[in-house]
Design a protein around this ligand. Structure first.
Ligand code: N01
Length: 491
């Protein structure tokens, strides 16, 4: 019997915002727990979140594919160690289909307002209709809103111009003069993917990046057949990858002085020394901060690509954009047909621009006037029964975000259970517990490699990393069960 009708748990209505990886997860888990009344609202015309939005050439995940998958839906068919984006999108769509949640997803429907009336969340939608929910799950993603650079004349460019997360596939690149602004993970993948096709490529680098040379070998059909026939062998691989990843990399970045971090630094330095032949180019590509201070860029072939005769690394500052191209401060006009803005994302948005008002009248904008925060990235004091997946200051950069979301969901489901059982009508973290958590997080962030002297999207307006500053083991332990004394439970 479903918990909606088992007489022990009361029926609840759930609204999930966003049908990306975390929203699909929520629908599957809620249905699996027997909650029948679930609506997932997705503003776009297709599910898939970041893997729907980012379709630029060369896109791949930099977390090994056998780690970047739902634990309940291992995939024996990944074609590469790091799967290309379209394969991940197809995987997410396949999982939603296979677990029967596509009917819960309403596409082209944006949540515009959430207002808690003391009993339930009143939900307003872009199509003019409304909904009500006992519990809202915000699964709106971290790297979602493109950041457009504030450069003079951006709108005057005469050719095609688009953000890396809004790739215009109707634009022909073959033989053309293509400019790319930015040198983050997106730009590096794009450069490697298009250098063989374009006429000339101009990479506008404001800050050089360290590059970790990790190869991306294919997983051949023979190996995939083994995984299909013997899922235990796939699980063994996953465990081995998870162990290596957590101990050698994910945990190194939160301890800037660890031997693992020293090893990663050495690999990056060797990569630069050994891969870039021209000493002058090598120096222009050399960062003046420690590897992994910015989110480490992983690429087996970027240095090779940028040394091709048709590749031009531009390190002069951009003065302005003109109809013909990009003018740098040395007076040179770099004439272009296409301009790609690989300039990253606005990472302080989360639920925004949804207007959220709690039962006391307090708004999300007031609560987050300085910057976004949430107790363990999940609960915002003043906004009961609203739970976030991959919310503010969570483990973002170096872990599989699917693992993160699954652990967070298990934690949230324990709170939902209290609501369903009538032990609480409304649940929210207390202000005091949230402040305590924030202080501990800020203190611990001082030991991370992210504060060793660089500018990055990790850093908030105070220069404090908006990230989980502890190990993954600690995250797992904290997510095992909520400390109820840190929550206000209203009956
Ligand atoms: O964005 P970024 P991204 N003038 O913010 C430059 C994930 N991801 O889309 O360093 C000139 O890293 C800016 O320069 P600077 C991953 O978590 C994963 O590349 O600030 N330049 C920087 O070089 C990643 O970290 C994968 O000086 C300007 C670049 O634009 C995150 O997404 C693939 C500028 C922005 O880099 C974001 O990566 C892709 C200006 N006005 C993304 N403004 C994989 O899984 C900005 N820049 C592999």
């Amino acid at each position: 019997m479903s918990p909606d009708h088992d007489g022990v748990r009361r029926p609840l209505r759930f609204v999930v915002i966003g049908a990306g990886m975390a929203g699909i997860l929520s629908a599957i888990k809620l249905r699996e727990a027997g909650f029948g009344s679930v609506a997932v609202y997705e503003k776009a015309d297709r599910l898939g979140g970041t893997w729907r939005d980012n379709t630029y050439p060369g896109i791949a995940c930099d977390i090994p594919s056998h780690l970047y998958r739902y634990s309940f839906a291992p995939n024996p068919n990944w074609t590469h160690t790091f799967a290309p984006g379209p394969e991940i999108l197809a995987y997410l769509e396949g999982v939603a289909e296979r677990f029967g949640v596509t009917d819960a997803i309403q596409l082209n429907t944006e949540v515009t307002r959430l207002r808690h009336d003391g009993e339930r969340w009143q939900v307003e939608l872009s199509n003019g209709s409304t909904d009500q929910a006992d519990v809202v799950i915000g699964a709106t993603g971290v790297l979602h809103h493109p950041r457009y650079p504030d450069i003079d004349g951006l709108g005057t460019f005469g050719g095609a111009c688009f953000h890396s997360a809004r790739w215009d596939h109707s634009v022909e690149l073959t033989g053309r003069r293509v400019g790319i602004i930015g040198t983050g993970s997106s730009a590096v993948q794009i450069v490697s993917a298009i250098i063989g096709t374009v006429g000339n490529l101009y990479l506008f680098q404001r800050t050089p990046q360290w590059i970790l040379p990790v190869p991306n070998p294919p997983i051949d059909e023979e190996q995939r057949a083994v995984f299909r026939q013997d899922p235990a062998s796939m699980d063994a691989l996953r465990k081995e990858l998870a162990h290596t990843f957590e101990t050698s990399f994910a945990n190194a970045v939160v301890d800037a002085n660890s031997p693992q971090m020293a090893f990663i630094e050495e690999m990056c330095r060797q990569n630069l020394e050994n891969s870039v032949r021209d000493p002058e180019l090598r120096e222009r590509l050399r960062p003046d901060y420690r590897p992994a201070c910015k989110r480490l860029v992983v690429s087996p072939d970027f240095y090779e690509a940028i040394q091709q005769p048709n590749a031009h690394l531009i390190t002069e500052k951009i003065l302005r954009i003109e109809p013909q191209g990009v003018r740098t401060t040395d007076g040179t006009l770099h004439e272009l047909d296409v301009l790609v803005l690989a300039t990253g994302f606005r990472v302080d948005q989360f639920l925004r621009p949804i207007e959220v008002t709690g039962p006391t009248g307090v708004t999300l904008e007031e609560l987050w006037a300085q910057r976004p925060y949430a107790y363990y990235s999940i609960s915002i004091p003043g906004l009961p029964n609203l739970f976030l997946l991959n919310g503010p200051n969570g483990p973002v950069g170096n872990f599989s975000l699917i693992d993160v979301a699954e652990l967070q969901f298990d934690y949230i489901s324990q709170l939902i259970d209290l609501i369903a059982r009538g032990e609480a009508r409304l649940i929210t973290a207390t202000t005091e517990a949230t402040e305590r958590f924030e202080q501990a997080r800020v203190d611990a962030a001082r030991n991370t490699v992210w504060v060793t002297g660089c500018r990055s999207w990790y850093l908030d307006d105070r220069g404090i990393p908006s990230a989980w500053p502890w190990s993954f083991d600690r995250f797992r332990a904290e997510m095992a069960a909520p400390r109820l004394e840190d929550f206000e439970l209203v009956r």
